[in-house]
Design a protein around this ligand. Structure first.
Ligand code: PLP
Length: 442
């Protein structure tokens, strides 16, 4: 038995011995197609030569220097690439080591912003049910995933409250139009602002496209514009968590580009470094940074490994490859192919409730009864069956349970690398469909 605390303490997972392109090789020598890049991380696949070369060069130059005393070239260059052109008014970057740390930094800089501009009474954050923002205690408190929150509830701050996510498949009422559903969600957010006292809210925090917990749910047209308008009216910030859906996953570098809004603070991680190094970050609007600069002069936060030279060098190389090889065009092209392949194979399946996604970020929600949308009995652990049967087929995918309320519901996510080919998309869809069919059979 291993001395590592694995995700399960009852069985050890197979070792991944190596990775090349879209394949991982396990300890039995099997080549597994990495159809989800782990948790939508490996956006360039494994062993990309340009990223390895950049990491090697950085390693031989500088591995670490503390940010209390030094900046470093790779972090400066990465910030230039990400916000030098001020996308959506975002002008500064702050790099950490994970998505959770990114959300912690976002929450803290948002709170500090209001201290700096003389609004210390702002102390609440409104987030959404069935969202996931990370597992550190602040990010977990922000998240609305009941299953992950429950054991730690006594440790979670009550600064956070939650409104409904935009989840048309289950949230839109019978006969309700998209516009009416969006209006209802806007009214719910407005009511929450009023309940808390509008001048006490720091921010509304949401995943632009809900990833792990709901399974690739895009918002309806007009939804984020309505949320932005409410935040603006009440002087609160809009924080978009694009840890999973950002950095090209949906076909644009930022998922918010397709929603007609820009956030005041954006959280990024997985596709930033593609798994080559642990890295996350926040992109921050000029007005927030200016308030700190003109006020106390410093963001009252910090980590030993922030803006780590190796992590930033790897992420810089990943971002350069994405831009220079025009990979976002491939995300859109192959994403359309993946949608079509999944629809052809699973669109009419009795246990497939919905196939949804955008770019190279797709999920299938599984149901016991398609007409009534009744989920499977959680005891059947259908999501685990999909994972195990997909692995048998030679495919790694990312299934999850608790889709509906943290307990009920199953879905599985596919998130292939931006470099995926048409033939690989077809192979992924075929293996995935077989796994789903077997998982729900009898
Ligand atoms: N936010 C979102 C939207 C995520 O999907 C995740 C991880 O899945 C996180 C935050 C937490 O990121 P990490 O696991 O790197 O801490």
């Amino acid at each position: 038995m291993s001395h590592l605390i694995h995700r399960s303490l009852r069985s050890d997972p197979p070792l991944a011995l190596s990775g090349q392109g879209i394949h991982l090789r396990d300890q039995d020598g099997r080549a597994i197609i990495d159809g989800s890049g782990g948790a939508a991380v490996a956006c360039l696949g494994h062993g990309h030569p340009r990223v390895l070369e950049a990491m090697r060069a950085q390693m031989e130059t500088l591995c670490y220097a503390h940010t209390a005393l030094f900046g470093c070239e790779s972090a400066e260059a990465l910030a230039d690439v990400l916000v030098g052109h001020r996308p959506g008014g975002l002008s500064h970057a702050y790099f950490v080591s994970s998505g959770s740390e990114g959300n912690e930094a976002a929450l803290k800089i948002a709170r500090q912003y209001f201290l700096e501009i003389g609004q210390p009474e702002r102390r609440h954050v409104i987030a959404r049910r069935q969202s996931y923002h990370g597992n550190t205690l602040g990010a977990l408190a922000a998240g609305g995933n009941a299953m992950r929150r429950a054991p730690y509830a006594p440790l979670l701050s009550d600064a956070f409250s939650h409104v409904s996510a935009c989840y048309p498949y289950r949230g839109r009422a019978e006969g309700e139009s998209d516009a009416d559903y969006v209006a209802r969600l806007a009214a719910e957010l407005e009511a929450e602002f009023r309940r808390l006292g509008p001048g006490t809210v720091i921010a509304f925090l949401a995943e632009t496209m809900v990833g792990a917990t709901l399974g690739c749910v895009t918002a309806l047209p007009g939804y984020f514009q309505a949320m932005r308008e409410i935040c603006d009216r009440h002087g609160a910030l809009l924080i978009l968590d694009e840890v999973m859906c950002g950095m090209g996953r949906t076909g644009t570098l930022h998922a918010w580009e397709q929603e007609g809004v820009a956030p005041d603070i954006q959280v990024i991680a997985k596709g930033l470094g593609g798994g080559y190094q642990p890295i996350g970050g926040i992109l921050v609007a000029e007005k927030v940074v200016a308030a700190l600069r003109d006020g106390s002069g410093a963001f009252k936060h910090g980590h030993t490994y922030q803006a780590h030279p190796m992590a930033c060098a790897a992420a810089l190389a990943v971002q350069r490859v994405i831009a220079e090889e025009d990979l976002l065009a491939n995300v859109t092209r192959q994403g359309a192919r993946l949608e079509q392949a999944l629809t052809e194979r699973l669109g009419n399946h009795a246990h497939v409730g919905e196939i949804r996604g955008r770019g190279l970020f797709w999920a299938v929600e599984l149901v016991r009864d398609r007409a009534t949308k009744t989920p499977f009995d959680p005891a059947l652990a259908v999501h685990e069956r999909v994972r195990d049967l997909a692995y048998e087929e030679g495919l790694a995918c990312y299934p999850m349970n608790g889709t509906i309320d943290g307990r009920l519901g199953d879905h599985a996510i596919l998130a292939p690398p931006y470099t995926v080919t048409a033939a690989q998309v077809d192979e992924i869809a075929a293996k995935f469909a077989r796994a789903v069919e077997r998982a729900v059979a009898g």
